[in-house]
Design a protein. Structure first.
Length: 354
């Protein structure tokens, strides 16, 4: 595998970041984030904690400011999934529609349903596994080219017969959204999700980041600022190109997971876990990071930026962590420390005072 190919795996969140061993310890959230940033060596760290009816609390460390915009990678998938659910509620499409109703290619996957694409049970292979893709990372890629790059790959499994994370699923869903609405998928996300959720223009698909993104892309031992690369932002498209602040992600998680955005049936479908033990729903994934407390959300990674967005049902809290360096630290490490702090605080005040 080439060095640039290895870098792309980081871009798509397929490699885990390095864990940074920082104990929660005493002190408030600001101190925790400051200590974690100093230990990790990440240049900019932003943490947001949200709860219904309140503005998120945003904490920064390093060079970050509270309203800095980061690339959020595969957290984009949750927005695309919510957009599809809104279209289903409006009866523009059905989750059980075959892909072929909306998209002509790839014809051999025409019987795959939108629900299977949303839940990664389609068997559609990963476009980044294509040799053609890895050999041409120094140019922009169109969604049609991404989809065409899987022509020579065999299906991962028959539709509905297994689970495998594939960015191609969400590239195809972006095309479906465009076919169903007649507008760019980013505009549909804005119309159907961002605006109804009351989110600002600091989140979207056509924004610039406000911080450099650091990654040793040429593997010379020195981090490079990849935020100015003209091609990298185009590579994920609807599977991972969105930009946001931490506060807006915390608001989105709160609005989405408390049922303010979607009908009960739609939200239940997004939260229902797959039958293959991966705990993935439709654009959302469950986990138990501290071994006790369930959270649901999504992580993201593109070269130079890594992120995580969680909702904690037992606490009615959202947790967001954004970092501007990939390959150096894992945002879920810090998110777990924040989770532990919130759990400790809830036990101190008692259920009636949360």
């Amino acid at each position: 595998m080439t060095r640039r190919a290895l870098s792309l795996l980081v871009l798509l969140g397929l490699l885990a970041g390095a864990c940074v061993p920082v104990e929660a310890g005493p002190g408030d959230l600001d101190e925790l984030v400051d200590r974690w940033q100093a230990t990790s060596g990440v240049d900019a760290v932003v943490v947001a904690v949200g709860r219904p009816g309140e503005e998120p609390r945003v904490v920064t460390a390093g060079s970050a400011e509270p309203d800095d915009r980061f690339r959020i990678g595969s957290i984009t998938k949750t927005f695309v999934a919510a957009t599809v659910m809104r279209l289903a509620e409006e009866e523009v499409l059905s989750l059980d529609d075959p892909l072929g109703r909306w998209v002509a290619e790839p014809a051999r996957f025409g019987d795959v349903t939108l629900r299977q694409l949303l839940g990664h049970t389609s068997g559609v292979p990963e476009y980044t596994a294509s040799g053609d893709f890895f050999e041409q990372l120094d140019r922009p890629w169109t969604p049609e080219e991404m989809v065409a790059s899987i022509d020579r790959q065999a299906p991962d499994f028959p539709p509905g017969a297994g689970w495998r994370y594939s960015n191609t699923n969400y590239v195809l869903l972006g095309q479906v959204v465009e076919a169903a609405t007649g507008e760019p998928y980013g505009a549909a996300v804005r119309d159907l999700v961002l605006d109804p959720a009351g989110l600002s223009t600091d989140i979207g698909t056509d924004l610039e980041v406000t911080l450099p993104g650091w990654y040793d892309i040429d593997h010379d031992g020195l981090d490079d600022d990849v935020s100015t690369d003209p091609y990298l932002p185009t590579l994920p498209w609807s599977s991972g190109e969105m930009v946001s602040t931490a506060g807006e992600l915390a608001r989105f998680a709160t609005v989405l997971l408390t049922g303010e955005l979607l009908e009960d049936e739609s939200l239940a479908a997004m939260l229902a876990e797959d039958p293959f033990g991966q705990r993935y729903g439709l654009g959302l994934q469950w986990s138990t990071p501290d071994g006790v407390t369930d959270v649901v959300g999504h992580g993201g990674g593109v070269i130079g930026y890594v992120s995580v967005m969680w909702w904690v049902p037992s606490l009615d809290r959202s947790i967001v962590v954004l970092l501007n360096a990939s390959g150096r630290a894992d945002p879920t490490d810090l998110a777990e420390l924040v989770l532990r702090r919130l759990v400790d605080e809830s036990e101190e005040v008692g259920p009636g005072e949360r």
